[in-house]
Structures are given as structure tokens and as C-alpha cells.
Design a protein around this ligand. Structure first.
Ligand code: XLF
Length: 332
């Protein structure tokens, strides 16, 4: 007969609850007791077999979170808030970094299926096909993956419009938008908003497409051609804060003064925006609101509730700071 949790408890001389606390890491077990339980588990070959539990109870109490770029500080904030909410709701979280790579995302998705997670938060997903027949509850942040999958996203189009209006209002005449990759629904919408506001004001703007989110190598070796190209503008809206910080860093090495020669702004209001000098003007999207909304909806779907919205826009707002010549140096 195979060993069960009661045998382990009896052999160690502790209660079943203590062994369960040890196995689930869900409360205090003294170091000495934990060592004795561990030894007994090894001796008997018993494992708690969470996988079998998941099959039996049809729930693993584990959720999956797909993050597209863990290097980007905005996503660090999203992870922090999601993890906090998920743990408070009694779940564990499996964190997957897809690196905006379809193959990697597919691999993580297979792993989450094998672990029988109770739900998945997909972010900036590139895997529409793979999610098609998936029975697991899903909520998507940003990219639309299936018509019946709820989506949470900032009002990116409005954010793009606000960015244009701001640069226009501080007197910029030669405007450039550095647009994010075309596979990011969010940044495509930001670009559309920026260009459409410019048209409404009768202004011309240039758009330069960037084919990647921030990568580590960019901080080490900046794209000199790109930097030279953009120094002829006097107002630049970059698709997110981390890329904006990196570009600011690069153009300042060419002697460009921000905001005197070029006014520049980003999108996110991520931590980085006040950790560099000058502080970055940005369009704020709240990582906390995004996390709360995605987790709320996912838990609703798991609880078989149906009264959530399919499309959920998170409001955006302008936060004016030094990089466009505004804002109190010590504010925000
Ligand atoms: O996908 C977009 C682009 O980058 C996302 O919301 C972000 O702004 C995060 O930095």
C-alpha cells in the first residue's frame, strides 16, 4: 500500500495538519519538524502529488500569468499587483516571461496546461490560434486573442491623442512619434490617436516604427543611426517609458538638451519615469487598476459568474514633468 499523509504524520509524530502546512507552505512549521518531515518523505518516497490532487479536485488553486517582457519596469509593477491579489485570493501564481516570442509563449502555455492551472492572464499575446480551443478561463491584457475572452487595456487611443495635444500645447512644431511594434495592439492604438489628433489640429507628424520593446542590449549599445535621425525634431512621443528613458539617454550623449532642444515624453508612468533626469512626462496607465481588473474578471469566470464586461478600458491621464519643460521637479 502506498504511503499517505497520515502515515507521514504518524511516523514523524506530528499532526496531519502540520504535514499539510509543510507540504503547502501555508503556515508555521519549526525548522526541526520540517527537517524530520522532509526526511520521512524522502525515506518513504511519498510526494504530495499536487498534480494528482488537481486532477481529483479539478482545481489546482494555481493561476498562470504571461508577461511579455519582464525587463520592462511597467510589467514589474503589473506582476507585483497581480501576485498580491492572487495570493490574497488563495492561489499560487506561475509566472511566465514570453519575451514577445510566439514560440516561447506556446511553450509556456503547454506548461500551464500540464500544471492544470485554474486560469490564465495572457498579456500582449501572440498566440491567437493556440488559445482558440482552450477550455481554461482566460483574461487578456492588451492583445485581443478571442472574441469571447475578456480584454483589459488602457485607453491607448485617447493616450495618443493626449500626447499630441500636450506636445502641441508646449509649442513643439516638428513632431515625431516613435511607434511600438505592429504586433502590440496597444501601441498601434497609441499611434493612431497621436496621428488623428495631429490631423484634427491641421499638423503634420512623422511616425517611426520600432520593432521591439526595450531589450537589455539597447541600454549597452544605443542605435546611433536612429539617434541621429531623431535629433532634427523638437517634440517626440515614445511608445513607452523605458524606451523613452533609453532614447533620452542616447540623445543627451549627442549634446541635445532636454527639454530646451527637444521635448520628449513616454507612456506608462512607470517607476523609471521619475528615476531618470530629467523626469519623464508621460501618459499614465495604472498598473494597479489593470491588475485589479484582470484578476477580478478571472476570479469571476472561475466562479462561473457571467456579469463581467468583455472589453474593459482603463483610463489614462497626462502627467507633465521636466522632459517637456513642465511639472514640479519633486512632484509625481
Ligand atoms: O504594450 C505596451 C507597450 O509597452 C505596454 O502597455 C507598454 O506601454 C508597457 O511599457
Amino acid at each position: 500500500m502506498s504511503t499517505n499523509i497520515r502515515d507521514i504524520a504518524k511516523n514523524v509524530g506530528v499532526s496531519v495538519a502540520t504535514v499539510s502546512r509543510y507540504l503547502n507552505d501555508s503556515g508555521y512549521v519549526s525548522y526541526e519538524t520540517a527537517q524530520r518531515i522532509k526526511k520521512e518523505i524522502e525515506r518513504t518516497g511519498y510526494t504530495s502529488n499536487m498534480h494528482a490532487q488537481a486532477i481529483f479536485k479539478k482545481q489546482s488553486k494555481t493561476l498562470g500569468l504571461m508577461i511579455p517582457n519582464i525587463l520592462n519596469p511597467f510589467f514589474n509593477e503589473v506582476i507585483t499587483y497581480v501576485e498580491d491579489r492572487v495570493v490574497k485570493a488563495g492561489y499560487s501564481l506561475l509566472l511566465c516571461n514570453t519575451s514577445d516570442d510566439k514560440g516561447k509563449e506556446k511553450m509556456h502555455l503547454d506548461m500551464l496546461k500540464r500544471f492544470r492551472v485554474d486560469g490564465i492572464i495572457a498579456s500582449r499575446s501572440l498566440c491567437r490560434e493556440e488559445y482558440k480551443s482552450l477550455q481554461i478561463p482566460i483574461v487578456s491584457f492588451e492583445n485581443n486573442i478571442r472574441d469571447d475572452v475578456p480584454i483589459v487595456t488602457a485607453d491607448n487611443y485617447e493616450g495618443g491623442r493626449l500626447a499630441f495635444e500636450h506636445l502641441n500645447s508646449v509649442g513643439c512644431k516638428k513632431l515625431l512619434h516613435i511607434e511600438g511594434p505592429k504586433t502590440f495592439d496597444a501601441t498601434v492604438a497609441r499611434a493612431k490617436g497621436f496621428v488623428s489628433a495631429a490631423h484634427d489640429y491641421g499638423c503634420n507628424v512623422d511616425v517611426l516604427n520600432f520593432n521591439t520593446d526595450f531589450r537589455y542590449d539597447m541600454a549597452i549599445d544605443s542605435d546611433k543611426e536612429l539617434l541621429k535621425k531623431i535629433t532634427k525634431y523638437d517634440g517626440i512621443f515614445v511608445f513607452n517609458d523605458i524606451s523613452c528613458a533609453n532614447i533620452m539617454n542616447g540623445i543627451m550623449t549627442y549634446g541635445v538638451r532636454i527639454p530646451d532642444d527637444i521635448k520628449i515624453m513616454g507612456f506608462d508612468n512607470a517607476m523609471i519615469s521619475t528615476m531618470v533626469k530629467p523626469h519623464i512626462t508621460t501618459i499614465a496607465q495604472s498598473a494597479q487598476k489593470i491588475a485589479d481588473k484582470t484578476v477580478d474578471i478571472l476570479l469571476d469566470i472561475i466562479a462561473k459568474k457571467t456579469d463581467y464586461e468583455l472589453v474593459n478600458y482603463i483610463d489614462v491621464k497626462l502627467v507633465a514633468r521636466e522632459s517637456t519643460g513642465l511639472g514640479n521637479k519633486n512632484m509625481n
